[in-house]
Ligand binder design. Structure first.
Ligand SMILES: [Fe+2]
Length: 402
């Protein structure tokens, strides 16, 4: 049963963070002259309410199977505007801080600095910031909600067996169907993926945001994915929150080979290609999965099983999160595919997202001789559904020997 309350730690931390941001914005935007005193409390309360939008949506999506998509998108617009306004507030306050420093260093600029402060703290300027926040959210959502383009990335791997030169892999990741994206969007993604005539389609988690009861028909287009040698997937953290057991039954029924700390050896042009998949580490938050080899936390040794049976000629590891790439490389994988980061979604979050994911945000990396491709997301996190500076994509990966 889908239940975000199981993810209490993250939900509490993210809610507290958003409340802290609301407190900062309230202090910075509302509690100063010339904002009329009578408006300060209602404006601060409005900021607090907006800050709670993401948490509210996350809980409602799992508790209300009949929740309309339009409601989630409207809430997502409010969250996007709130985050955009936060960034504009940081920018404005940095300018004020710089002006303050300049006045200290160059006392002769006193009157110019006063005029600058007066302008940036005025009601018209702050109203303009609010309008710009809504404008950024609207434009960012329009960019983010389009069907993603195919982006080709060539991955040179010197040790690649000759028969695998030119192997075409479509990597899909982070659909998050059920928050902002629905079945029509996914059907177009499937059409564009099939048009690439891939050898393999590999899906790196976060397929669903919601239970099958609510959104099964929106994920059903996945049944139409085509590849010469198979469509394989691993779950992401949101799939666990959405109720992994009932989803597994659906996905497998639709022809997806879901790897749970497991692998498949697939013959491709005379070579043995091992596709291994590890679970997401959020499994440890679910008491019923904690000690399960299939459903439990990542078990790389079990997934890759490198010492058992015939050695593969080439090994691809699917891991929703990219952060453990260095450890995974030591186990002998040749290529790791990951998602989870959504490429940071907004440029002002890029440093934070990179930091949280050990420097891996989007694109191709080399980690101790292993190639790592991090998808910026075919979809994205739908509770603040905007993108700035990072497009969603259907990743067409072409493996080459040089
Ligand atoms: Fe995701």
């Amino acid at each position: 049963m889908a239940d975000y309350a199981r993810n209490k730690k993250f939900l509490s931390a993210s809610t507290l963070l958003m409340l802290a941001i609301a407190a900062y914005m309230s202090f910075s935007l509302v509690w100063h002259e010339p904002v009329p005193e009578a408006r300060r409390v209602p404006l601060s309360l409005a900021l607090v309410l907006f800050s709670l939008c993401i948490t509210t949506l996350r809980v409602l999506v799992t508790r209300r199977p009949d929740l309309p998509f339009g409601f989630v998108r409207a809430g997502g617009f409010v969250s996007s505007a709130f985050l955009s306004l936060f960034w504009l507030t940081l920018l404005r306050d940095t300018a004020l801080g710089a002006a303050f420093l300049l006045r200290t260093l160059l006392p002769g600029l006193g009157s110019a600095k006063e005029a600058f402060f007066h302008a940036l703290l005025s009601v018209p300027f702050e109203s303009g910031m609010l309008a710009a926040g809504f404008g950024m959210a609207a434009a960012g959502m329009a960019l983010a909600l389009r069907a993603p383009q195919v982006r080709e990335t060539r991955i040179p791997i010197p040790s690649l067996p000759a028969g695998l030169d030119g192997l075409r892999i479509v990597q899909l990741s982070d659909f998050h169907i059920g928050a902002s994206f629905g079945g029509r969007w996914l059907a177009e993604v499937v059409r564009r993926s099939n048009a690439q005539e891939p050898d393999l389609v590999l899906i790196t988690g976060d397929l669903a945001d919601g239970s099958p009861e609510r959104i099964e028909q929106h994920l059903r287009p996945l049944a139409g994915l085509q590849a010469k040698h198979g469509v394989l997937a691993v779950p992401g953290n949101h799939d666990y929150y959405s109720g992994l057991v009932p989803w597994l039954e659906k996905w497998r029924g639709w022809g997806l080979d879901v790897l749970l700390n497991a692998h498949r050896d697939i013959p491709v042009h005379g070579h043995r290609v091992r596709i291994a998949g590890v679970n997401d580490r959020c499994a440890r938050h679910f008491p019923e999965y904690r000690s399960s080899p299939d459903m439990g936390p990542p078990d790389l040794r079990r997934a890759l099983a490198m010492g058992e049976g015939l050695r593969p000629d080439f090994t691809i590891l699917l891991s929703h999160r990219p952060g453990d790439a260095a450890e995974n490389a030591a186990f002998g994988a040749d290529l790791q595919l990951s998602g989870h980061t959504h490429g940071g979604q907004f440029f002002f979050l890029f440093p934070l997202v990179s930091h949280i994911n050990r420097g891996f945000r989007s694109g191709l990396y080399r980690v101790s001789g292993m190639a790592l491709h991090v998808s910026p997301g075919t979809g994205m996190w739908g509770y603040a559904p905007m993108r700035w500076g990072c497009r969603s994509e259907i990743s067409l990966l072409i493996l080459t020997r040089n």
